[in-house]
Design a binder for this molecule. Structure first.
Ligand code: PMP
Length: 450
């Protein structure tokens, strides 16, 4: 579809937004949201005729791009046949979505509890773990994001937690491995892994193993910086969970459904958690949907005893029909394989070439279609390009970088001192090359601050 220019329509959309929409995580008077006129595949466009290559996949959810005709058709067909139905009934779209998901999840994660998105999936996973173990506490990583509802934001490590943190949520944070900014003075991946596991076991010992229901980790932390854990780390956490009777929850809301070049990031590390959360890519975000994949052992806890939790729209037929069609498209069109192959053959070498040319790039890390550039003022000291949690003037270098990327036709994902390269998993080689060229230009702007 070609963008049509209609600035007047754009102005009307913007005016109504500014008058009445209250935006997430934002100071309402300080934001200037772009009015979007349309989207297709890897691109979206505004009302002034500007088209952008979406290197953010929305909020890392359009894993098959925008407006895939087969998924749009499946939603239309479901709407015509049965738009909605209450969760206590067996409905074809819901049971088929659960079957297709369970077929792909690792190990015996074969029962699916559907939610409306990622945060409520995390809430329910934690509730299941607490009831299953009869223990109160949750351990999670400082460098993490698990959602915006009360319990999920308490489990989150990043600064978005601070304002909502009651201090009485039963959550204890620890440091997960991240060699580039090691908290353990490690110099190798192996040291980082060993020391992070030792730190976690010490944390468990000092908290009291009998008080800990769950360890919740993003398989690959996403929003907090796409930090691929060193080999052996997640297997080590699995062992600690088994040793102390703790439920292992992997949050795959961002990393799941093809993002890493596998159906689930857990497959990259050969680990099987007890509970696994998902959302976003499950239906490319076309209709809100998330869920928890539940192991046999935990499902058994609620065999004869009621699970005390539920949602009016759990397994909404429209969302589930979109999931069925999305999973079929991903399988038929080789979307997961595309993410793995082009991630290795185009994105990784392309980003490493950018790192050679631009002093502002401190580190390139990632896998599949899940990459981060850690931008720095100084490569030697690794001082971030903007301070931790910077806002306003202090964040100006990242704002300048983002503006330059947009001026070159790419919509970048920017968080703190990082840009994440997270295009749709069915992106083409030509689109990636176009995006890398735009990042090249934008990084020249970031270089001015080094
Ligand atoms: N967990 C992870 C790992 C996420 O990345 C996100 C969203 N970015 C969430 C949970 C929360 O998902 P939602 O916004 O759908 O509630």
């Amino acid at each position: 579809m070609t963008p049509q220019t209609d600035p007047q329509a754009g102005a009307a959309v913007k005016a109504a937004d500014r008058a009445h929409v209250f935006h997430s995580w934002s100071a309402q008077e300080l934001i200037d949201p772009l009015a979007v006129a349309g989207a297709e595949g890897s691109y979206f466009w505004d009302f002034d005729g500007n088209r952008y290559l979406d290197f953010t996949s929305g909020l890392v959810f359009t894993n098959i791009g925008y407006q895939h005709p087969k998924v749009v058709a499946a939603i239309q067909e479901q709407a015509a046949a049965m738009t909605t139905f209450a969760p206590a009934f067996a409905v074809e779209a819901r049971s088929e979505a659960a079957r297709l998901i369970a077929e792909r999840t690792p190990g015996d994660l074969d029962k699916i509890f559907f939610t409306n998105g990622g945060a409520d999936a995390v809430e329910h996973a934690v509730r299941m773990a607490r009831i299953h173990t009869g223990r109160p506490k949750v351990l999670s990583a400082y460098r993490s994001y698990h959602g915006g509802t009360q319990q999920a934001v308490n489990i989150t490590g990043d600064p978005r937690r601070w304002a909502s943190d009651s201090g009485a949520a039963g959550v204890v944070h620890f440091w997960a491995p991240f060699l580039y900014r090691s908290r353990f003075y490690a110099e190798t991946e192996q040291q980082e892994c060993e020391r992070a596991l030792e730190h976690l076991e010490t944390t468990i010992a000092f908290e009291g193993p009998g008080t800990i229901a769950a360890i919740v980790l993003e398989t690959i932390p996403g929003t907090a910086g796409i930090m691929v854990p060193p080999p052996g780390y997640l297997a080590g956490v699995r062992e600690l969970c088994d040793k102390y009777g703790i439920v292992f929850v992997l949050d795959e809301v961002m990393a799941g459904f093809g993002r890493t070049g596998e159906w689930f990031a857990a497959d990259l590390f050969d680990v099987v958690p007890d509970l696994m959360t998902f959302a976003k890519g499950v239906n490319s975000g076309y209709v809100p949907l998330g869920g928890v994949a539940i192991s046999g052992r935990i499902a058994e806890t609620f065999g004869k005893r009621a699970y005390p939790g539920g949602l009016t729209y759990s397994g909404h037929p429209l969302a589930c029909a979109a999931a069925v069609a999305t999973i079929q498209v991903m399988a038929e069109e080789g979307v997961v394989e595309n993410a793995a192959e082009l991630g290795a053959s185009v994105v990784e070498p392309g980003l490493r070439r950018l790192a050679e040319r631009h002093p502002s790039v401190g580190e390139v890390r990632g896998v599949g279609m899940f990459w981060a550039l850690d931008l720095v003022r100084n490569r030697e000291t690794r001082e971030p390009l903007v301070p931790y949690n910077a806002a306003g003037e202090a964040a100006a270098p990242m704002a300048a970088f983002a503006a330059a990327a947009k001026a070159n036709g790419v919509w970048p994902f920017v968080n703190m001192n990082r840009t994440h390269v997270v295009p749709p998993c069915n992106v083409t080689e030509a689109e990636l090359k176009e995006g890398l060229a735009a990042l090249d230009a934008a990084l020249s702007v970031a270089d001015e601050y080094t």
